[in-house]
Design a protein around this ligand. Structure first.
Ligand code: AP5
Length: 234
């Protein structure tokens, strides 16, 4: 398949079908709304949403070798080592459903991961359309995460106050049970915020210098945030 790329920052067009290719990174502290926005964006652009956190949580749930390796990191709110994350993501991004693009949620999260991703993209002749940084203060992150519930079956996200399901504890989309993540208790949330400030926030400068970064106020309601993102990537 022959792919032609638009100038830096623009969407790429596939020569024959004129399909729009979309490769986007969402960055932000825990609770910024990456998962919420990635789900909307992926549905709207018809590309898969790839969430490292969900891939790891599924592996833990299924007790795979990967799950056993990463469980401790997730429970403590620490980062999984770069080589594990890069191995998993290179494999995932190479799958056939990613040909038209993807929305990355939770990856990259360190400068080592960003550099590894850049090398992978270069090797595959690809480039990103945008890196969206969702901004919210720490106290808002704690309120959001402590009230978050996630469907154990389909992964849809809710909040007990801001985005409650129609029936308490039951997913609107698939009827699955809503659960609270183990790393969503306040002490662990504060640790995750600290890890974000130390390890992930430097990526904002990294992508800003590369000319890809677009900042979005994550404090607005989810639909307004989504419109703001869409206006930046169209
Ligand atoms: P991960 O699952 O990626 O967690 P996170 O980055 O901490 O982000 P969250 O999922 O907590 O928040 P979010 O920004 O997606 O917000 P959401 O949309 O859910 O990672 C978990 C762990 O996996 C890490 O700690 C680490 O151990 C490991 N890991 C993952 N990736 C890794 C990597 N690359 N390298 C190393 N380790 C890695 O929204 C939160 C809540 O707020 C929801 O209830 C939602 O309904 C609500 N909400 C969303 N938007 C709004 C809004 N605009 N207004 C009001 N409420 C809102």
């Amino acid at each position: 398949m022959k792919v032609f790329w638009a100038p830096k920052g623009g969407a790429a067009l596939e020569g024959v079908n004129s399909l729009i290719y979309m490769r986007i990174i969402l960055i932000g502290p825990p609770g910024a709304g990456k998962g919420t926005q990635a789900e909307k964006l992926a549905a709207c652009k018809n590309v898969p949403r790839i969430t490292t956190g969900d891939l790891f949580r599924r592996a833990v749930q299924e007790k795979t070798a990967l799950g056993l390796r990463v469980q401790n990191y997730l429970e403590k709110g620490a980062l999984v080592p770069d080589e594990v994350v890069l191995g998993l993501m290179s494999e995932r991004m190479s799958q056939s459903d990613c040909k038209a693009g993807f929305v990355l949620d939770g990856f990259p999260r360190t400068l080592g991961q960003a550099t590894g991703l850049e090398k992978w993209m270069e090797k595959n002749g690809l480039r990103f359309d945008a890196v969206i940084a969702l901004e919210i203060p720490d106290d808002e992150a704690v309120v959001r995460i402590s009230g978050r519930r996630q469907c154990g079956a389909c992964g849809a996200a809710y909040h007990v106050n801001f985005q409650p399901p129609k029936n308490a504890g039951v997913c609107d989309k698939c009827g699955g049970s809503l659960l609270q993540r183990k790393d969503d208790e306040e002490g662990t949330i504060r640790h995750r915020l600290q890890v974000y400030a130390e390890e992930t926030a430097p990526l904002i400068r990294f992508y800003d210098r590369a000319g890809f970064l677009k900042k979005v106020d994550g404090l607005k309601n989810p639909d307004v945030v989504f419109q703001a993102i869409c206006s930046l990537i169209k």
